[in-house]
Structure formats: C-alpha cells, structure tokens
Write a protein that binds this ligand. Structure first.
Ligand code: FAD
Length: 492
C-alpha cells in the first residue's frame, strides 16, 4: 500500500511491479484529464503544487529509466520529452576541439514539463495489471501495532471517511508534507531528522513558442546563471514549451515581492542576455502566471536511528524521506534511486528488521554525499547573498582566495578542458561522487596550471556576463537596493 502517487509513488510502483507484488497507490488528488496539454492546463494538484514549476530529470535518472524501463523512456519521448546531450551544452572554447567520448552518451538530461512527465509515467505504471491507483483517496492515519517483542509493525492505512486498508508493506510517498512523521510520533515510534532552509524562493513561468518560431540558437550568452542576488535558468520542455525559473535569496525581500509582478518578471528576462531571445514577445507567449514557491528545505530523515527500526514494514520514499533544494534538480532522481534500492532490499531479504536497516544503509550509501554537499553549497550561497546586500562588504582574505580559485581557476579550466568539464558534469548529474573529480591530483594540477596563467592570458576563456550586477538590476527595476540591508541591520 503506497501513500501518494507523485513521482516517488510512481517510481515505487515502477520498481516493484516487475516483482509481481500487488501494489495499490492511494492518492488524495483526482486523476489527470486525458492528454498532456489538458493535464498542464487543468490538472488540479493541491498535493504536489510544484507540478507547474520547471523540472528536469538528471542524467542519473534518465540512465536508470533507459536501463531498467526502456519502454517508458520511449513513451516519454513520444509524448515530447527531449534529451539534452552533453555536446549540446559545451562552452564556446571547448566546442572547436571537442571529440565525443563514449561515456558522454550517459550525460543526457531529460527535459519536459513536469505535468507531462508525471502524466506519462502514471499512464505507464497503470498499464501494469498488478498496479492500481486510487485517486481522490485522502489518507488520514497509519494503522500499526506492537508485535510479541514490543516492536512497532505497520499494518495499513486509514482513509478519510473511516475506511481502513490493510497491507503487508506500507510505503510513504506522501511528499514533503507527508503526515507520516506525526502518525509515527503518535504511535511512539522514534525517528531522527536533520535539515535546514534552502534560503531561496522559486518563481516559474511557462511559455509557448509562437507558430513558426523555434528555440534560439545556443549562443555565447548563457541561459542559466548565478548573479548572487538571483539565480536563473531557461528549461526547454516538451511540445514547443519552455519555462523560465528565478531563484531569489530569502534576504532579498524587495526583489521577492516585486518578482511576482508579470511586468517585473518580464523586465528581468529582458535584462538577461541569454534569456531575452527566448522570452521575446515576437518568439514566444507566456502561457501561465508566475508561480511562486517558498518554504524550501533540505531534510534527511533516518528511519532506523542507531540501527533500531522505528517501525517494521514501513518505508519512506521520495521527499518524505529526503528533501533537496530544487535548484539542483535532484529530487526525482533521489526518489527513483530510493525506490529501486527498496526493490533490491525487499527482494534480497525477508526479515523485516533487516529490511529496514538495509534500506536505510542503502539510501545513505547512495545519496548522503550528494545531500551533504548540497547543504554545504547552500550555506555558502546564503552567506554570499547576505554579504551581497552590502556594497561595502569585504570578504576575509581566505574567502577572497577561495573565490578567486573558483572563479579564475575552476570555472575557467572547465570552459577549456573537456575532461574537466566531464568530471564536473558527471558529479552534477550524480553519476560520480560530488567532489571526487575536483580532488583528483590530475584535475587539481590542470586547474592550477590554468589559474597560474592569470586573468589577462585567460581573458578569451571567460564567459560573457550572464546579467547585470545588483545595483544595475535594481535601478532598472525601480527597486531600492539599500532597503534590505537597512532591514537586516535593524533586525540584527
Ligand atoms: C519548485 C520545485 C522544482 C523542482 N524541480 C525539480 C527538478 O527539476 N528535478 C527534480 O528531479 N526534482 C525537482 N524537484 C523536486 C521534486 O519535485 C520532488 O523531489 C518530487 O516530486 C518528490 O516526489 P514525491 O512523490 O516524494 O512528492 P510529490 O511529487 O510531491 O508527491 C507526493 C504525493 O503524495 C500525495 N499525498 C500527500 N499526502 C497525502 C495523503 N494524506 N493522502 C493521499 N495522498 C497524499 C500528494 O497529493 C502527491 O501526489 C523540484 C521541487 C520543487 C518544489
């Protein structure tokens, strides 16, 4: 019995269906209408409000689907989902000398509206005779009892209206707001969790290309960027659509309030050289409002603290187990990796306590390094955003050196060296460990050699500016660049 038919619930069904189990998904929201356009336009998704935010499936997830569920990949592509290959995103200096390597084929990312991805995966999963999705089924409670040894064991779920459904295994795929932890606490089960704010807010708007128009050529100006006070990205999607997402640091209150206004949103697009050609009214039309999303958190839950299962026969998959910052595009990959890990654990051992411990260990081995690296990067980004409010801020000597190393060493080296870029991208796509490529002595030597040449000699390798600095953008938008600093100082 699976609580939730979002990405994690669907991935759980995808992974477990071939094992022959009977899998029932209970989903609070109603089923999508028929077809990808109707689904984008009309599917009410109160349980997964990120449905109308930009989504992409990282290479690790695309690889998993290609290897384990090739017919699903075909179905997604037939519905309009597209692969962006490693070769499609090469920086200008590498393009001239690039020779494809066999492993580059692994680094394709799958892009599409999330509504299309979810609609197709759902239809694919539902075609299995042993999978049933019950829509409009609001789960209100967990049924559990203590066995003869006093250990808590999950027995089933309760639905709104009082109906109970019993199951051999209960899987919580209820997403970031899953009520499962409250029910566990009520039952006396002890889990642990760590987490922190992502310290950003997310804003997305969808666009459709006008008839006869095509996507702008990938030029020198970048369609993604990090300006400190703003991160942004164009997400190409299915069926002549794309979206544009802005991530604004929490401390940028004036910008956060303004960005919801379509005129400000458009004005920002117009001032980003890599974005303006996409959102140019001659080329595309907005097909949605600006969607905003806050309360973004990273969170890691441990269901068997110190090796002691909180409850037997209960497993959490997806955001209810681990939440990640959407900026990294990892949430769906995490959910799918967990679901397939769970399948292996359930197949590998029948002992309930060993299953819980093995699943917990498997998730930690597969994913914790990516989670920890993300949290560390987010802390740095939040510090930089705060410092960016103050035009007189001077970073420490160590901070300045690290920044120079990253901006004039690492960032420049990966723009001219295909092997280094491969290392960085494999880490980004979760195909290799997050920092392994950077720690390799050979990589470090190549980066240091580039850095040592100095800015003047490397001038041709720097990327063109992806957008204006904070004072210039605020002036263009008519916003007070000093207000947030005054507020932060007053609060301090
Ligand atoms: C703004 C944003 C952008 C993102 N972009 C990306 C991206 O580009 N790539 C990526 O990989 N990840 C991305 N993510 C993360 C991704 O959306 C999540 O990690 C993923 O959806 C997790 O799947 P899930 O099934 O755990 O949760 P959800 O997909 O949220 O699904 C949870 C489901 O449980 C149901 N449910 C909840 N409570 C109940 C109940 N009591 N009874 C019945 N049903 C219930 C809900 O209705 C819902 O269908 C993004 C997230 C956000 C917020």
């Amino acid at each position: 019995m699976v609580l939730g038919a979002g990405i994690a619930g669907l991935c759980t069904a995808l992974a477990l269906a071939p094992t022959g189990r009977r899998i029932n998904l209970l989903e609070r929201d109603l089923a999508p209408p028929d077809g990808v356009e109707a689904t984008f336009d009309h599917w009410s998704r109160r349980g997964a409000s990120q449905l109308r935010h930009s989504h992409a499936f990282l290479a690790r997830l695309r690889q998993l689907i290609a290897t384990e569920h090739p017919a699903l990949l075909e179905a997604l592509e037939a519905a309009g989902a597209r692969e962006l290959r490693f070769a499609d995103g090469l920086p200008e200096p590498i393009k001239k000398t690039y020779v494809a390597a066999p492993q580059d084929a692994e680094m394709s990312i799958l892009v599409s509206r999330r509504s299309t991805l979810e609609f197709i995966i759902r239809r694919y999963v539902e075609a299995h005779a042993n999978v049933a999705i019950r829509s409009g089924a609001f789960v209100t409670g967990l049924i559990s009892e203590r066995d003869a040894t006093g250990t808590l064991v999950a027995r089933g779920l309760t639905l709104e209206g009082g109906e109970t459904v019993l199951a051999d295994l209960v899987i919580d795929a209820g997403g970031r707001a899953s009520p499962m932890t409250d029910w566990l606490a009520e039952a006396g089960a002890k889990i642990t969790e760590e987490g922190e704010d992502c310290a950003i807010l997310y804003y997305t708007r969808f666009y459709a290309l006008k008839p006869g128009q095509s996507e702008p050529a990938r030029g020198a100006a970048s369609t993604t960027g990090d300006l400190g006070y703003l991160k942004f990205g164009i997400f190409p999607a299915d069926n002549d659509t794309f979206s544009f997402t802005l991530a604004v640091p929490e401390v940028e209150e004036a910008l956060r309030a303004a960005v919801m206004r379509p005129d400000i949103f458009d004005a920002i697009c117009g001032r980003l050289p890599g974005v303006a050609p996409w959102t140019d009214p001659e080329r595309s039309t907005p097909v949605s409002k600006v969607y905003a999303m806050g309360d973004l958190k990273s969170r890691w839950r441990e269901m068997a603290p110190a090796g002691q299962p909180a409850m037997l026969n209960l497993f959490c998959v997806g955001d209810s187990l681990v939440r990640t910052n959407p900026l990294y595009g990892r949430g769906c990959s995490f959910a799918a990796i967990e679901a397939h890990g769970l399948r292996d654990v359930l197949t590998g051992t029948g002992d309930p306590a060993n299953r819980t411990r093995a699943y917990s260990a498997r998730v930690r081995t597969d994913l914790f390094a990516f989670y920890a690296d993300m949290v560390e990067q987010d802390r740095g980004a939040a510090r930089r955003a705060l410092a960016g409010l103050d035009p007189d801020h001077r970073a420490s000597w160590r901070g300045r050196l690290l920044r120079r190393f990253l901006e004039d060493g690492v960032a420049i080296a990966v723009r001219q060296d295909a092997d280094l870029l491969r290392g960085a991208m494999r880490a980004f796509h979760m195909l290799d460990s997050p920092r392994g490529w950077l720690r390799r002595p050979a990589s470090l030597a190549r980066i240091l050699a580039v850095w040592a040449r100095g800015r003047r000699a490397n001038a041709h390798l720097y990327a063109p500016k992806s957008g204006p600095d904070r004072p210039a953008m605020f002036a263009a938008l008519g916003l007070d660049a000093a207000a947030d600093l005054a507020r932060v100082r007053a609060a301090a």
